[in-house]
Write a protein that binds this ligand. Structure first.
Ligand SMILES: [Zn+2]
Length: 118
């Protein structure tokens, strides 16, 4: 019986440890996300041609391009730059939110982040 009770105790404390771990991990994730956003903010590099993306990325920056949001153009951007489209929700004082012509097809596009995952 003693062994059984100990086992029960262990599983209870294990459960609470798991809860704490999830909470701590959540806090760490928030901190990492905030730091990543700060990093992104300070490394934004607006470019207006496909050829200019790779040099910007090579310099450790995140490129900001205008993209029309068509998959075909997104594929071209990603294939030409060996990078990923990170998103179009650019909220930064450094980036115009008015958009401009897509750097692939020239249609109206929106500011889009392009970067490499390390
Ligand atoms: Zn396009």
């Amino acid at each position: 019986m003693a062994v059984k009770r100990t086992g029960g105790k262990d599983s209870i404390s294990l459960a609470s440890v798991k809860g704490d771990t999830a909470r701590v991990l959540g806090e760490v994730t928030d901190a990492l996300r905030a730091r990543a956003e700060e990093h992104t903010e300070s490394h934004l590099s607006p470019v207006n041609s496909l050829d200019a993306i790779s040099p910007a990325l090579d310099a450790g920056n995140v490129a900001v391009v205008n993209w029309c949001r068509q998959k075909e153009c997104g594929d071209v951007i990603e294939e030409r730059t060996n990078a990923s489209i990170l998103g179009t929700e650019v909220r930064s004082q450094y980036v115009s939110d008015t958009g401009g012509p897509c750097i692939v097809c020239g249609k109206q596009g929106k500011a889009t982040l392009v970067g490499r995952a390390y």
